[in-house]
Ligand binder design. Sequence first.
Ligand code: IMP
Ligand code: MG
Length: 178
Amino acid sequence: MNNDIERVLYSEEELSNRMDQMAQEITANYEDKKPLVVPVMTGAMMFSSEMLKRMNFLLNVDIVKASSYVGSKSTGEVKLVQDVRSDVKGRHVIFMEDIIDTGHTLKYLKELFEKRGAASVKICAMLDKPDTRQVDLQGDYVGFSAPDEFLVGYGLDYDGFYRNLPYIGVLKKSVYEK
Ligand code: IMP
Ligand code: MG
């Protein structure tokens, strides 16, 4: 698995330090709001569990599963594969996402939850690829901005693999250009 990685972009330690800072910021803003934290599965599982451990106040967690990717290209069409079970009305929602790329997924989710009457909807993303954005959408809490390359690890996958890498790396082109 590690041999398929061209180079490490963010080490486990860099990610951990950045998550400490982000969690501090979120804590300052949400401590008294009992927010509904919504990890976007499956990519956000590692990032969100690490973030949640750093958020020591009352909150709820409920997941959605969205999919817009087939292989290494975004299709632009978002599918909500699994919805939350919580009532969103009046809640302060924080989506947790692995990476914002074209922006289609989070724009769709944000608008959907606003329509459902959320008190506020914010986005916390581990990575942001600003160069590949196709819609008007910004993350509110962003770990790092990333180059336009195909990344894996820390939840990010290629065809379902590499999610379990404890760092974020650039996948060798030879792996997916076959
Ligand atoms: P968006 O709708 O284009 O913003 O897509 C967001 C989703 O695309 C993320 O949740 C990831 O699952 C996936 N994605 C975007 N860039 C990458 C990447 O470099 N590696 C793996 N998955 C990615
Ligand atoms: Mg994803």
